[in-house]
Design a protein around this ligand. Structure first.
Ligand SMILES: NC(=O)c1ccc[n+]([C@@H]2O[C@H](COP(=O)([O-])OP(=O)(O)OC[C@H]3O[C@@H](n4cnc5c(N)ncnc54)[C@H](OP(=O)(O)O)[C@@H]3O)[C@@H](O)[C@H]2O)c1
Length: 264
C-alpha cells in the first residue's frame, strides 16, 4: 500500500515522529517544509521556505505540525497548495474556526488531530475530529494515521480538547514515572546502570503486558497486589485521597485550562 503524498509543514518532535512512521510504510513523493530538519531519502525532499515548494506539487494531504503560535504565518505562506486537499492540523489549542480563517478561503477539508510521540515506533494514539468530511476523506485520514498507531475519531472539538491532556500529553506522564522510579532506585542504593534498567524495563514491560492482555489495567494492578503485602503498602500511599488520583485530576484540569487559554 502506498500512502498519499504529503506536504508536511514542521518536522520537529511531533512531525518528525510521524514522518518516520510514514516513511517506513512507503509514502507517495512528498515534501517537508522545515527550516532545520535533515533531507529525507529520495523521492522525498525538504524545502526551507514555502516559496521553494514547486507550484505544480499537488499534495493529497497537508499536515500542519508547527508550534501553535506559527499557524497563521505557515498557512498564509501555503495558500497556493491548500485547495482541494485535506489539511490535518496537529496543533494543540487551535480551533477549526481559527484554522479556517487562517486558510484564507481555501477549498480544503479540515481535520484536527491529536497524535502522540510513540507514533515514531508505530504505537501512537491519534484522536481525530473532522469538519464536513466525506467518507473518502475520512478513510484517507484513517489509513494515514493508522500506520503509526491506533486512531480514535471523535464527534466534536470539545471531545478532541478533552483527549489532549490524556493521550497527547500522556507519554510525558509515563516518562515522568520512569524518571522518578530511576531516581528512587538510586536513592535506595542501586547502581546507576541497574537503576536505569529496572525503571525502563518496568515501565516498558508493564506497557507491553497491558497491550497484550485482555484484562483491564485495574485487574492487572490488583494481580500484583497481595492484600497487606509490599505493593499494597506502596499503593496505600499512591492511592490516598491526596495521592495520585487527585494529582492526576489536577494535572489534567491544568492542561485543559492552558489549552483554553492558548486558544483564546
Ligand atoms: N510534541 C508532542 O508530543 C506533541 C503532541 C501532540 C501534538 N503536538 C503538536 O505538534 C505541534 C508541533 O510541536 P513540536 O513539539 O513537534 O514542535 P517543534 O519540535 O518546535 O517542531 C516544529 C518545527 O517546525 C519548524 N517550523 C515552524 N514554522 C515553520 C515555517 N513557517 N516554515 C518552516 N519550518 C517551520 C520549526 O522550525 P523553527 O524551530 O526554526 O521554528 C521546527 O523545526 C504543536 O502544535 C503541538 O501542539 C505535539
Amino acid at each position: 500500500m502506498t500512502l498519499p503524498s504529503l506536504l508536511l509543514v514542521g518536522c520537529g518532535k511531533m512531525g518528525g515522529a510521524l514522518w518516520q512512521g510514514w516513511l517506513e510504510h512507503g509514502l507517495a513523493p512528498s515534501i517537508i517544509l522545515d527550516r532545520r530538519c535533515d533531507a529525507p531519502p529520495a523521492p522525498h525532499r525538504v524545502v526551507r521556505d514555502a516559496r521553494d515548494i514547486p507550484h505544480d506539487f499537488r499534495p493529497d494531504i497537508v499536515i500542519l505540525a508547527v508550534k501553535p503560535a506559527g499557524m497563521e504565518d505557515a498557512l498564509s505562506s501555503l495558500r497556493p497548495w491548500l485547495d482541494d486537499t485535506i489539511l490535518i492540523s496537529m496543533l494543540a489549542a487551535r480551533t477549526m474556526e481559527s484554522l479556517r480563517a487562517a486558510c484564507g478561503g481555501a477549498r480544503t477539508h479540515l481535520v484536527r488531530a491529536m497524535p502522540n510521540t510513540p507514533a515514531a515506533i508505530g504505537q501512537g494514539v491519534t484522536g481525530l475530529c473532522g469538519e464536513g468530511l466525506d467518507a473518502e476523506a475520512r478513510a484517507v485520514c484513517t489509513t494515514l494515521l493508522s500506520t503509526v498507531g491506533a486512531v480514535a475519531w471523535v464527534e466534536t472539538e470539545e471531545q478532541l480538547e478533552a483527549l489532549t491532556p490524556i493521550s497527547g500529553c500522556g507519554p510525558a506522564y509515563v516518562f515522568l514515572l520512569a524518571e522518578l522510579l530511576e531516581k528512587e532506585a538510586l536513592r535506595v542504593g542501586l547502581p546507576p546502570e541497574t537503576a536505569r534498567l529496572l525503571a525502563r524495563g518496568t515501565v516498558s514491560g508493564s506497557g507491553a503486558l497491558l497491550a497484550a492482555s485482555e484484562e483491564s489495567s485495574e485487574t492487572l494492578r490488583r494481580n500484583v497486589t497481595s492484600p497487606n503485602g509490599v505493593t499494597a503498602k506502596a499503593l496505600d500511599v499512591l492511592m490516598a485521597p491526596d495521592g495520585l488520583p487527585a494529582l492526576l485530576e489536577k494535572a489534567v484540569n491544568q492542561a485543559m485550562a492552558r489549552a483554553r487559554e492558548m486558544a483564546s
